[in-house]
Write a protein that binds this ligand. Sequence first.
Ligand SMILES: Nc1ncnc2c1ncn2[C@@H]1O[C@H](COP(=O)(O)OP(=O)(O)O)[C@@H](O)[C@H]1O
Ligand SMILES: [Mg+2]
Length: 284
Amino acid sequence: MTVAIDQATELRRLARQRTRASVIAVTSGKGGVGKSNIAVNLAIKLASAAKAVVLMDADLGLANADVLCNIDLPSNLSHVIARRKELADVMVDAPGGFRLIGGASGLARMADLSDYDRQRLIDALADLEARTDVILIDTGAGISPNVLSFTRCADHVLVVTTPEPTAITDAYAVIKVISRDGPERPISLVVNQVQRAEEGHLVYERIAQVARQFLAVHVLDGGYVPADPEVPAAVRRRTPFLLHNPRCPASLSIGQLAMRLQRGIEPATAGGGFFNRMGRWFRK
Ligand SMILES: Nc1ncnc2c1ncn2[C@@H]1O[C@H](COP(=O)(O)OP(=O)(O)O)[C@@H](O)[C@H]1O
Ligand SMILES: [Mg+2]
């Protein structure tokens, strides 16, 4: 009898583990580096593996994932914060098979939520975790309390930069703050808009080396996304570039980014709990 109960408890524990979503925050120091494009297209790539993927546009005040997807949102996070809707009610199906929780644009007061409202959003996300495989959060740029509250609850933080010196400096500043804020978790750097592969590697090496030396933080290599005219062309057509042109260099690099997350399960590149969970998720 005891054995049966223990087995049941263990099965429940395993079932819980299997259904717990991986939370990936996509963040940056400088704005306009490509977070939203990377988040939307990564959501599509991950959803193409027939898994439940939710993208929450938490760039409060400057949200635009809905524009990239050409979706007219009847309601968004501002309605959740105003307690007029539940998080699940503002979620809509987005092109490419993921679900989008839209953010609010042009509302200055959204940009600085009270601690109480921030906590309510995080609690609602925790609720969502049980019914989702991957939750991507587009956090917006910088190191405001809003951004940090989302990076803090993530299992993995993707920091996006471009090769511009200002973006690199700001990416390092964000890595510094995140690595000292909340629990230890993997941080990957994705270098966007590179002219050549070597440029991506150089930017990664430079930031990773400084982080190692001055912060004692190991930044993982999230790879790079080439500067690709198909990206602005897709933005103008309000179609995610992966759907606009699945074979363009930027689309192929998003495939590689998803693969990198998957490959993290191998012992050689094991990056902690997140990768193990991602591994389970991909094997399901
Ligand atoms: N890989 C890329 N190649 C070319 N242009 C890009 C690329 N990534 C982003 N862009 C351009 O940068 C703009 C800003 O990207 P966005 O994803 O909105 O940045 P963020 O969310 O960080 O503010 C896009 O509208 C697009 O024109
Ligand atoms: Mg954005």
